[in-house]
Design a protein around this ligand. Structure first.
Ligand code: AKB
Length: 324
């Protein structure tokens, strides 16, 4: 992991992963790519930016060769709600992009990180302490691409020796870059609305329990799984990981400790509710803990405090009651 390309680098994970990788590997060794240009305020700090459509193999290959890339963090993908709205586009981007990344990796000897998701599970998966190896029959296009992606990555490892590794991310919470079109986005929205308006209308039912993770832990997971000693890995694609699980009602209660006037209402979106209801309540991440020492830092309370502190600074909102 010396010369790195991050696809989808302007997205929710990429925006923070690139910073962490540059600190670890040197700013000159990490290339950000995306299908769109960085906003003007970010362009100046993006010395190593490439416009890349991952479904275009020649474009991808040219960047990998020119920058002598040895590791690709392939983050470019559509999230669950958007994918359900545009299933054909989701297949093309999520599967077409991954296939081309793996092909370029095979030809040029790159390692590949590919994020899977709790979306790789479905109604017939055990919902509590979901095992690492279990039933995966998702009912969404997003889930179909995630399961197929896990299998394709394993295939490229066993057939061609491509060092492909991944994790199954839960909902990710960050104050830096917004998520785009996921089912777990409600959690991030709730923080913004709590600080701006002390009010949030949630699109999931109050008792919908899902695994979640704060972005610093998610970034750590991406890097640690790629840096893991391969002789310890029994699994590769993809490790269950989680840091906390909560319902909208429980997140609202955690926020209310700092924003006492915060009020939550519910107007349920049937499409996103159906997606969320088909996902597990709580993953068992023992394999990740055993095979590469996965150990998240943030729980619901520490994440909530840190989110509110950072968002207050970002939005210029008045300090919440118990912040420093
Ligand atoms: C989504 O909601 O689509 C994502 C995910 C859990 O994969 N955040």
């Amino acid at each position: 992991m010396e010369r790195i390309l991050v696809t989808g680098g302007l997205g929710q994970i990429g925006s923070e992963l690139v910073v962490a990788l540059r600190q670890r590997c040197g700013a000159g060794n990490v290339v950000t790519s995306d299908i769109r240009m960085p906003p003007s305020e970010r362009l100046a700090e993006e010395q190593l930016f490439e416009l890349v459509d991952c479904t275009n193999r020649d474009q991808l290959q040219e960047v990998v060769v020119r920058h002598r890339i040895d590791t690709i963090f392939h983050l470019a993908a559509l999230l669950s709600a958007v994918a359900e709205d545009k299933p054909q586009v989701a297949w093309e981007i999520n599967m077409g992009g991954l296939y081309r990344v793996l092909e370029v990796a095979r030809r040029h000897g790159c390692a590949v990180f590919h994020p899977s998701s709790i979306g790789a599970f479905g109604d017939s998966t055990p919902a509590l302490d979901t095992p690492q190896d279990t039933i995966q029959r998702p009912s969404t296009m997003y889930g179909v691409t995630k399961v197929a992606g896990e299998l394709l990555c394993d295939y490229y490892y066993s057939r061609f020796g491509v060092d492909a590794r991944g994790v199954r991310f839960p909902g990710l919470i960050s104050w830096v870059a917004p998520p785009g079109g996921g089912t777990t986005d409600y959690a991030v929205e709730m923080f913004y609305q709590a600080l701006r308006y002390q009010h949030y209308t949630c699109f999931l039912e109050p008792d919908t329990r899902l695994d979640m993770m704060y972005m610093p832990d998610a970034v750590k997971a991406c890097i640690d799984v790629m840096a893991a000693d391969p002789s310890r890995l029994v699994h590769r694609n993809a490790f269950n990981i989680t840091a906390m699980n909560f319902t909208p009602e429980e997140l609202a209660a955690a926020i209310r400790k700092h924003v006492p006037d915060f009020v939550i209402e519910y107007r349920v979106d049937p499409v996103r509710q159906a997606i969320a209801s088909s996902w597990p309540d709580r993953l068992d991440d023992a394999a990740a803990r055993q095979e590469w020492d996965w150990n998240p830092e943030f729980d619901l309370d520490t994440m909530t405090r840190d989110m509110l502190d950072n968002l207050q600074r970002k939005l210029g909102a008045p300090p919440s009651q118990s912040s420093s």
